[in-house]
Design a protein around this ligand. Structure first.
Ligand SMILES: Cc1cc2nc3c(=O)[nH]c(=O)nc-3n(C[C@H](O)[C@H](O)[C@H](O)COP(=O)(O)OP(=O)(O)OC[C@H]3O[C@@H](n4cnc5c(N)ncnc54)[C@H](O)[C@@H]3O)c2cc1C
Length: 365
């Protein structure tokens, strides 16, 4: 039984449904993708991930996106092309050069590029001052709704059943194991439960006396109306602040031509879902990409990141209840291929994947 049909629940459902003898049921209180996955900037990368062990986990998963896309052999909304960024002050340029040097040492395929190379990649760009620029070749972005739909479709072809609009309200626990899941509709008997319920994981785990603390981490990624194709080669751009009162901005373009734009970092706190904020963010993007002049901002509601208290994933069976598996994380878009496949090894084969050792639920006591 999988609780939650976000990118993580969908990836686990897909992998488990490929196993003989495992009956997969997915319970989703709204519709698939309604949680953080639908509000995400969805940049799969290991660029800023620290420490090295966590960088490597993300890097492995990023590389696994290419195999998963091949395996699913459908339009999963994956956009290849890498990430390009630049800085416009000497101080931030130094930081960028240092970061590139560091992650090159870790084997990350990224490099410094010149202004001319930037413009050769993206001729529509008006970057202004370029004090340093870089290109991270392997980075991609994903249209999460497409990916979730394909995973669930494939899972259903393998015998899985998905119940939307079905909210889990508790568990029936006997002799240390969950034997049934209580929902607003009915009680579902089960052999095991995977909590892939995003921010609600803490509350649901508490029903089984498991302590999975989270921080509150609101963020905003605005949408725009469709516009002409503006990124010819790269999948994602990170642009420097237009002035010292603003943050960096990041931008990607979807298959239908609409844009997704965020500001600050992928972990930055932002609760301003007003039209004013959306218009101002788009205006800053237009300064760099005048070719998106026709796009109009559509304000989107705040998205809440699943964010474990220490910022790192929580993966594995709980000590409190032996057949309760937790799959909670930020960077779930990056990590979905790896978590989907490795969690399935732990659940279906009773393996203990060593890569997950630093991320076990019991670290919270
Ligand atoms: C603004 C923002 C920007 C981000 N940018 C990036 C990025 O660039 N790169 C990256 O890798 N990650 C990014 N993330 C993080 C990433 O989106 C998440 O880590 C990922 O989407 C988590 O997926 P999930 O399936 O675990 O959770 P969710 O997508 O939240 O799915 C959980 C599901 O569980 C359901 N659910 C909850 N409670 C119940 C219940 N009681 N019963 C039944 N169902 C229930 C919810 O409705 C939801 O559909 C970003 C997140 C946000 C919000």
């Amino acid at each position: 039984m999988i609780v939650g049909a976000g990118i993580i629940g969908a990836a686990i459902a897909y992998h488990l449904s490929r196993r003989n003898g495992i009956a997969v049921t997915v319970l989703e209180r709204e519709v698939p993708g309604a949680g953080a996955s639908g509000h995400s900037f969805a940049w799969a990368n290991a660029f800023g991930k620290e420490p090295r062990e966590y960088h490597t986990l993300n890097r492995r998963s990023l590389d696994m996106w290419y195999r998963l896309a091949h395996q699913l052999d459908a339009d999963i909304g994956i956009h290849y092309g890498g990430e390009m960024r630049w800085e416009n002050t000497p101080q931030r340029a130094t930081q960028l050069r240092q970061r590139i040097q560091q992650i090159q040492k870790w084997g990350y395929p990224c490099r410094l590029i010149t202004r001319d190379e930037m413009l050769a990649f993206e001729p529509h760009l008006h970057p202004g001052t370029v004090a340093a620029a870089s290109f991270s070749e392997a980075d991609i972005h994903i249209e999460t709704d497409r990916f979730i739909e394909v995973c669930l479709q494939r899972a259903c072809e393998g015998g899985a059943v998905v119940h939307p609009q079905t909210s889990v309200t508790g568990f029936v626990v006997r002799e240390g194991s969950i034997v049934a899941v209580k929902t607003t509709d009915a009680e579902f008997p089960c052999e095991g439960v995977v909590l892939a319920s995003g921010v609600q994981t803490t509350e649901l785990a508490a029903f089984a006396h498991a302590h999975i603390p989270q921080q509150r981490s609101p963020g905003i990624v605005i949408e725009t109306t469709p516009c002409a194709k503006v990124l010819n080669n790269v999948a994602i751009i990170h642009a420097p602040p237009t002035d010292e009162n603003h943050q960096h901005l990041h931008l990607r373009q979807m298959g239908d031509g609409s844009l997704r734009i965020g500001q600050g970092t992928q972990e930055g706190i932002n609760r301003d879902d007003s039209q004013h904020h959306a218009d101002a963010l788009l205006a800053r993007a237009k300064a760099y990409l005048p070719a998106i002049g026709d796009a109009e901002a559509i304000p989107t509601p705040v998205g809440y990141r699943p964010m474990p208290l220490d910022g790192f994933p929580v993966l594995g069976f709980t000590e409190a209840v032996q057949n309760l598996y937790i799959a909670l994380m930020h960077s779930g878009v990056t990590l979905a291929p790896l978590v989907g496949e490795m969690a399935s090894l732990e659940i279906a084969d009773n393996a203990r994947v060593e890569w997950f050792a630093p991320y076990r639920p019991e670290r919270f006591g």
